[in-house]
Design a binder for this molecule. Structure first.
Ligand code: NAD
Length: 297
């Protein structure tokens, strides 16, 4: 059944996900602060709106894919937020914003009869384009069942809990590991190259060995060795995810010694490279300090 949908934040992830909803035949209204992000979707028949409020006047179900917790708070429950809309009954947040933001937003929306489904995703831009993301969803059973077929358009749906916020914890746990993999693989590769090893051969060996991880399997071969640095996730957003994870761990009384070191590494990377740099550029920080370049021959 075609649902009347809205989508707020159509950037690296939201753009391809919104495209897939159009492909599946759902009428769609979009809003993004950048007109250029909306243009390709408008060219495929999506209506453009001027605020999240307007999206929620036009759609029954609204998706968010926004950068930060503040963006989600403002666009959900702010002056021009979904909460002011006359039509939307479900907000599906695909962003990574942390448990506490999600719980607070969900509670405010619940007071006006809007259900929130907490549904962060993993799998990068490539997964968003192909519909192969991991979608981690938490929320009340009834609205979750209604949006389940829509989430299936983005990839594999995992129901991780009955309360908004639980999926955020799941996602932050994953991203801490992903951020750690890239940071530690960088250190290992820089050491090997300095000692004279070929980086491409190192990656091939590691990917047949026990050290392999998502950084060695995808980020090094696709973005770092060819020096393209266009993986599609910003350094500032990766730092945000690690920071949110550590805050969550602190709130739960869980010490994270490795996590603390990784947070420091990503904080320094954001300072040095800028928030908008591609997160695979993190290798440049250690390369600069050591005079080594991790590059295919
Ligand atoms: P992005 O910056 O490419 O896209 C965000 C979009 O939101 C942009 O087009 C921006 O113009 C728009 N925007 C910003 N503030 C807005 C506002 N207040 N109202 C309306 N539009 C606004 O970011 P992204 O990489 O697509 O990430 C989006 C979310 O998905 C983040 O929470 C991120 O952590 C998460 N995420 C990203 C990836 C990835 O690989 N890029 C993977 C999984 C999850």
């Amino acid at each position: 059944m075609a649902e009347t949908l809205g989508f707020v934040g159509v950037g690296n992830m939201g753009g391809p996900m919104a495209n897939r909803l159009i492909d599946a035949g759902h009428p769609l209204t979009v809003y993004d602060i950048r007109d250029a992000a909306m243009a390709p979707l408008a060219a495929r028949g999506a209506a453009k709106a001027l605020s999240s409020h307007a999206v929620a006047d036009a759609a029954d179900i609204v998706f968010f894919s926004l950068p930060t917790p503040d963006d989600v708070r403002n666009e959900a429950i702010g002056e021009k937020g979904v909460i002011k809309g006359t039509r939307a009954k479900i907000l599906v947040d695909l962003s990574t914003t942390g448990r506490r933001t999600t719980m607070a937003v969900a509670e405010t929306l619940e007071n006006v009869g809007i259900d929130m489904i907490d549904a962060p995703v993993s799998g990068g831009v490539n997964g968003a384009v192909k519909g192969t993301l991991a979608v981690m969803a938490a929320g009340d059973a009834e609205p979750l069942e209604r949006v389940a077929p829509l989430l299936g358009i983005f990839g594999r749906l995992f129901r991780v809990g009955g309360k908004p916020g639980m999926a955020q914890v799941m996602k932050l746990a994953n991203n801490l590991m992903s951020a750690t993999s890239l940071a530690i693989a960088t250190e290992a590769l820089v050491m090997g190259v300095k000692a004279g090893l070929d980086p491409k051969l190192m990656i091939d060996v590691i990917n047949s060995s026990t050290g392999r991880n998502t950084a060695t399997e995808t980020k090094f071969p696709q973005s770092i060795l060819p020096r393209t640095f266009a993986y599609g996730f910003a350094t500032g957003l990766m730092h945000k995810d690690v920071r949110l994870c550590l805050e969550e761990a602190e709130a739960l009384g869980i010490p994270m010694d490795v996590g603390n070191a990784v947070r420091e590494i990503w904080r320094n990377a954001e300072r040095e490279l800028g928030a908008q740099s591609d997160y695979t550029e993190i290798v440049r920080c250690l390369e600069k300090r050591t005079g080594v370049e991790i590059k295919s021959a």
